[in-house]
Design a protein around this ligand. Structure first.
Ligand SMILES: [Zn+2]
Length: 128
C-alpha cells in the first residue's frame, strides 16, 4: 500500500495519522480545528505570491528571511503580526515543491523546522 502523506491545506504541516479520517470517515484537510476554522484568506494567497516574487528578484540560489516577506505583506502595518502568516505560506509553498525551507543552508522538513528559517526557490539541494 502506498502511504500518502497528508498535509494541512492551511499551515502546511503533516496531518497526523490519528487525524487522517474524520468521525464520518471523510478525509480531513486540516491538522487541527484551529486551522479548519481559520481557512485560507486572500491575504494568505497573496502572501504566497509575495514570497515567490521576492525570491524571483534574487539570484536563483539566494535566500530570503521570512521577515522580508512579512514586511512586504504588512505594507506599513506591524510586520511581526504577519510572521506566522508568512511561515504558513512558506510551508505550503515548500509542500507544493515551489520553494525550500532551509536552516543553516540545509533543506528542512516544514514539520521539523524550529527557530529561524530561510526560504529559497526550489532547485538547489534535495527536497525533504
Ligand atoms: Zn494546520
Amino acid at each position: 500500500m502506498i502511504r500518502v502523506e497528508r498535509v494541512c491545506t492551511v499551515c502546511g504541516r503533516s496531518i497526523s495519522r490519528r487525524r487522517k479520517w474524520g468521525p464520518d470517515g471523510e478525509s480531513v484537510e486540516h491538522c487541527s480545528d484551529a486551522c479548519r476554522r481559520q481557512g485560507l484568506s486572500q491575504k494568505d494567497r497573496r502572501t504566497e505570491q509575495v514570497i515567490i516574487d521576492l525570491l524571483q528578484r534574487r539570484a536563483p540560489d539566494a535566500t530570503i528571511c521570512p521577515s522580508e516577506a512579512a514586511r512586504a505583506v504588512a505594507d506599513g502595518e506591524e510586520w511581526r503580526m504577519e510572521m506566522e502568516r508568512v511561515r504558513r505560506a512558506a510551508r505550503r509553498l515548500h509542500r507544493a515543491g515551489r520553494i525550500q525551507i532551509t536552516q543553516k543552508g540545509q533543506v528542512v522538513s516544514p514539520d521539523r523546522a524550529k527557530g529561524p528559517i530561510r526560504l529559497r526557490l526550489r532547485g538547489v539541494g534535495m527536497q525533504v
